[in-house]
Structures are given as structure tokens and as C-alpha cells.
Design a protein around this ligand. Structure first.
Ligand code: FRU
Length: 492
């Protein structure tokens, strides 16, 4: 049954991938060959390569019955498309193979995903297993679903029970699964198994407070730098200062799992990306022991220009990021392999910039890197027109008094509006100076920008430029000292 559905999808992709419009296609971020993608799934380092699956609807550039798309990579920059891994085919996943994860056991690759059923007023979400000998072709196991109603009676609702992430801890398999309480709050459930087939409920790992959203999605749990980290993607988390301005946010809880009681003791939590487009991240650990994260670089509830324009594709992943925990904060660094693809490198060094402007001659290219650092002692405002075209710009503004960094796509390019009440076109992050110095790394691809304020904050955003790109400029109101700008093109 599933085999036919997969063959149909693969055939469709083969025949239609030539139909997409490439204008906004990314050059070093993973996208599907054609159609719609959302969450990264099953991110795993398997037999010497990174495998990344994703929520996939190949037949249109809007969300539809979910399949799992699949790609693999050696360097996390170049991705090779593989055949579709999962397609809805059984009673328990008839309306979609929703998000989940992957794990290797005895050389085989196991996927754990949510079977979604929704028709005639009945909605059910259950957890299922599929297995592969070669990491490419998967079979759903006959014992599916492996976690369903009877596991969660009185604890959670079967309507919203999804996104299992499998982990191994001290010789036991665990799965963290997102769910909703009867009072419409998010909660993460913990299950355990010796063999990946038989699962039992362990505990409620963490329950959300009223202000922490009406549902949590896509949990991930890992141990890093002496702490436990629980990532979740809440819906409608209440805004606080500059945080949680999108309807869908991503939060890192930092603390410790008490494995005897199965509870997560929270010591700190914070939003992990202050851009307009970042959701549902997932991590994996590789051979070198690095914890690497990828997220969907889009947002629910907004129009997607590549769909509006009939380009026949929608959605991309973020640049993979290496994670660390420092002082109860999750720190993200761009994956190091990206630096080997920066070419045509140039530098601008200025002792002092006094109420002046400089132009960063990046040829108006659509794939570039800028590293900026400067001392802001006397500066009133720093304004970077990072992407300019047709007299409008994507601006990055830093205000030393408030230590706020903001990015805006207002009136730039193709308009994007969404479910947020105000027309949300700008976001702000708190970026404290370190010894009066601001250090930013900026990665631009055709239709996205990711800004890493080193060790402090990350902002990811899409934009759909109209017209030709012009060189970026930097203007300073006040005085900026010891300025160093290193920049180059990204050619992969
Ligand atoms: C998150 C999400 C998941 C679900 C999937 C469906 O973006 O809503 O909770 O499994 O997308 O595509």
C-alpha cells in the first residue's frame, strides 16, 4: 500500500521538478525538489552521513496530506535528494505522516512518527514506527500504532498528541511526545521502551503554564554541556518584552531531568530565535559529538510568496547550527563547514567612523557573508542596509542605549502578512555589548537572512526581493571605533 503511494509521489516529483520557478530558490539551504515542506524530521547521523527528513507535500506549494521527504549530506551544506520515505497509507495515518524522529539500532534506521487521522469530526494522533535496512526504503511495522489511546487515558487528548522524538539514555529508549491538557495547555509526555516496539508511559516530563501557549509541538530533549535541554515549539505563547512575537515560537528549557521521577526541573527558559521565520527545530548528534540543530525557516499562518506567485515550491530549512549551553542559555553557532565556502573575501578596517556611511561592495550578490565588529562607546545608532533594491532595504538597526538589535522587512519586496494582529514585519532582540563591542555575523541566501549576534541571539527571516540587489551600506549616527568588516560571497 505505502509502496504505491511512494512510487506515485516519486514519479510526480521526477516529472514536475522542472516546473518550479527558481527566482527565489536558495543556494545553500535545504529545500524540497518541488512542493511544500515544513518541519525537519528524523535528523540523524547514520553510517557516516547526515540524513534529514521533512514534512512534505509534493503535489502543491501548500500544506496537504503529509509525506516524509528525505535528503542526505556529508557536510550539512550540500544535500542530495532521496526518494520519499513515508506516505500516508494505513487507517492510523490516513491523513498524514506527521513529524517525528529517527534512531539507529543494530545497523537499521528506525523512524518514529505520528499517524494523523482526521475525518467526519474525528481526530486521532498516534505514534508509529517504520524501519529500513538501507536508510532509504522504509516499511511501517505491523504492530503500529505503538503508542495510542490506552497509553494516555486521563493524561492527554488523543486529538493533539504528536511529534515523538526518540532518545537513548542509559541503555533504554525514551520518546518525548507533545500533547495538550484538557485546559488547553502544552505538555510533554515521556515514554520508554527496551526494543522500540513496546512502549509504556513513564511520566509527564513538563506541563506548560497558562501563559506558555495552548499547545506545544515538536519536542526535543538532549544533554549538553552539563545541562539537560528541552526544546519545544509552543503555539500562542504570550508575548513578553521582545520575545514570542510570532504566533508560533520556539523555546529552550534549560535544567535537569530527574530520571527517577521523569520530571524536568526548569532552571531557565528563553526563546531561541528572534526572527520572523523559525519553527519546529530538531537536533542530532554526530560522530564528533556535536549537537546540531536545523529548523523550518518559515512561519505558520502567513502567505508564502513562492506559492502566491505560482512558483510551485514553498519552504526551506535554516542553516544547520551547532549548539552549546553557556550560563543557562542555549548558544547557536553557524555550522563550521559554511566558512569553507566563503570566497572573494575582503576587509574594511576603520579606526573611527564619525557620522558617516560606508558601502560594502558585495556586488549586489544574493549569497553573501558579512562579519561586522565595532566599538559603540559613543554611538547613537548603527544602521545597516543589508539588502537593498528598488529604493527599499532590509535594515538592521542597533541602539546602544537599549542594546536592542532589530531587523525589519517592512515595505521590502513581496508583502508577507499573517495571523498576528499587528502587521508583524519587524523583530527585536536584546544584544548586550561585550566590552562595548558588537559582533555580528550575517548569512544571506537568495531569500533569507540569518544574523548571529555572537553568543547572544540569532534572528532568521525570509524576504522576497523585487528587482536587483545593490551593495549593502553601513551608516553610523555618532561615532564607531575600531571597525572591522570581513565579507565575501558564499559559493557552494
Ligand atoms: C509543527 C506541526 C507538527 C505536526 C506537523 C504537521 O509545525 O504542526 O506538530 O506534526 O507540523 O505537518
Amino acid at each position: 500500500m505505502m509502496r504505491e503511494k511512494i512510487e506515485r509521489a516519486n514519479q510526480f516529483i521526477k516529472e514536475n521538478k522542472g516546473m518550479i520557478n527558481n527566482v527565489y530558490r536558495q543556494s545553500y539551504h535545504l529545500m524540497a525538489p518541488v512542493g511544500w515542506i515544513n518541519d525537519p524530521n528524523g535528523f540523524v547521523y547514520y553510517k557516516g552521513e547526515y540524513h534529514l527528513f521533512y514534512q512534505y507535500y509534493p503535489y502543491d506549494s501548500v500544506w496537504g496530506p503529509m509525506h516524509w521527504g528525505h535528503a542526505k549530506s556529508k557536510d550539512l551544506i550540500h544535500w542530495e535528494d532521496l526518494p520519499v520515505a513515508l506516505a500516508p497509507s494505513e487507517e492510523y495515518d490516513l491523513d498524514g505522516c506527521f513529524s517525528g524522529s529517527a534512531i539507529e539500532k543494530d545497523g537499521k534506521l528506525y523512524l518514529m512518527y505520528t499517524g494523523h487521522y482526521e475525518r467526519e469530526g474525528i481526530k486521532r494522533e498516534v505514534q508509529c514506527i517504520a524501519v529500513s535496512e538501507d536508510g532509504v526504503h522504509f516499511e511501517k511495522i505491523p504492530g503500529n500504532p505503538v503508542i495510542s489511546d490506552q497509553h494516555i487515558k486521563g493524561i492527554a487528548q488523543i486529538e493533539d498528541f504528536r511529534d515523538p522524538k526518540i532518545i537513548e539514555h542509559r541503555g533504554m529508549y525514551y520518546s518525548v511526545v507533545a500533547s495538550k491538557t484538557a485546559e488547553q495547555r502544552g505538555q510533554i509526555l515521556l515514554f520508554q521502551s527496551d526494543d522500540l516496539f513496546n512502549w509504556r508511559f513513564t511520566s509527564i516530563l513538563l506541563k506548560g503554564k497558562k501563559e506558555q501557549g495552548v499547545m506545544w509541538e515538536c519536542p526535543d530533549l538532549f544533554h549538553l554541556d552539563g545541562k539537560d535541554v528541552l526544546l519545544i515549539s509552543p503555539i500562542e505563547m504570550e508575548k513578553k518584552d521582545n520575545s514570542y512575537e510570532n504566533i508560533n515560537s520556539t523555546v529552550a528549557f534549560i535544567g535537569e531531568v530527574d530520571w527517577l521521577t521523569g520530571r524536568f526541573n526548569v532552571e531557565n527558559f528563553h526563546e531561541i530565535d528572534f526572527g520572523l521565520d523559525f519553527y519546529a527545530p530538531q537536533t542530532c548528534i554526530d560522530k564528533q559529538g556535536r549537537r546540531i540543530m536545523v529548523a523550518w525557516m518559515q512561519m505558520w499562518g502567513r502567505n508564502m510568496p513562492t506559492n502566491d506567485l505560482g512558483h510551485f515550491w514553498a519552504g526551506a530549512m535554516t542553516l544547520p547550527r551547532e549548539l552549546h549551553v553557556e550560563k543557562q542559555q542555549l548558544i547557536q553557532q553557524p555550522i563550521n563547514t559554511i566558512y569553507t565556502f566563503i570566497t572573494d573575501k575582503k576587509s574594511i578596517i576603520e579606526e573611527k567612523l564619525d557620522n558617516s556611511s560606508i558601502v560594502i561592495e558585495n556586488n549586489g550578490t544574493k549569497q553573501f557573508y558579512i562579519e561586522f565588529s565595532g566599538n559603540l562607546t559613543l554611538t547613537k545608532k548603527l544602521r545597516m542596509k543589508i539588502i537593498r533594491s528598488n529604493d527599499s532595504a532590509i535594515e538592521l538597526i542597533y541602539e546602544p542605549v537599549t542594546e536592542h538589535l532589530s531587523i525589519s522587512r517592512d515595505s521590502f519586496g513581496f508583502s508577507i502578512t499573517g495571523a498576528e494582529t499587528d502587521k508583524l514585519t519587524k523583530r527585536t532582540a536584546s544584544v548586550p555589548l561585550i566590552d562595548n563591542r558588537l559582533v555580528l555575523e550575517i548569512f544571506r541566501d537568495t531569500s533569507s537572512i540569518e544574523i548571529f549576534a555572537k553568543g547572544v541571539a540569532v534572528m532568521s527571516m525570509n524576504f522576497y526581493e523585487k528587482g536587483q540587489s545593490e551593495p549593502a551600506t553601513l551608516s553610523v549616527v555618532g561615532m564607531l571605533e575600531q571597525v572591522e568588516i570581513n565579507y565575501g560571497l558564499i559559493k557552494v
